[in-house]
Design a binder for this molecule. Structure first.
Ligand code: HEC
Length: 135
């Protein structure tokens, strides 16, 4: 009997951990269309802030930093990689979304990505401010 109970507890704990692992972050209340799309299609790999999710890291996927990538690449590259996936561009980790998203949706998403905070740029700004202060 005790064996059965502890077996059930173990199964419960495993199910709980799995549910927690697989539960995607939800968009904040009042999120706009593009933000909802981002949460529906991109957040699993790219993470809430676009800096990559820990889940992607767990599976050794390296999605890069979107918040930074949108400023480094031209819009045509961004819409191509979102529409056709990374394979034709030699970046095979990125799946294609051309079947799920219209061109308008993709443009809206790119505009949303541009609003994400740039970690790297901010870090550079802090370092530069520090340098200025030391002069
Ligand atoms: C299954 C995981 C996954 C999902 C879901 C995903 N991506 Fe990606 N994405 C990647 C990976 C991995 C890369 C890096 C590919 C490489 O370098 O080989 C990437 C690269 C990109 C890049 C290029 C970044 C750069 O520096 O060149 C953009 C832009 C991008 N993703 C946008 C999106 C958008 C927008 C969505 C949602 C519609 C999305 N991704 C959904 C995994 C994913």
């Amino acid at each position: 009997m005790l064996g059965l109970v502890s077996a059930l507890v173990v199964v419960g704990v495993i199910a709980g951990v799995l549910a927690w692992l697989l539960n995607d972050p939800k968009p904040p209340a009042g999120a706009g269309h593009a933000e909802r799309l981002y949460y529906a299609y991109c957040v699993t790999c790219h993470g809430v802030g676009g800096h990559g999710s820990w889940r992607a890291a767990l599976f050794l996927i390296r999605p890069g930093d979107l918040a930074d990538a949108v400023h480094r690449h031209p819009g045509s590259y961004l819409s191509d990689i979102i529409k056709q996936g990374g394979a034709p561009l030699g970046r095979p980790g990125m799946p294609a979304f051309g079947f799920h998203l219209s061109d308008t949706d993709i443009e809206a998403l790119i505009a949303y990505l541009k609003t994400l905070e740039r970690r790297q740029a901010e870090a550079t700004a802090v370092v530069n401010d520090g340098r200025e202060a030391l002069r």
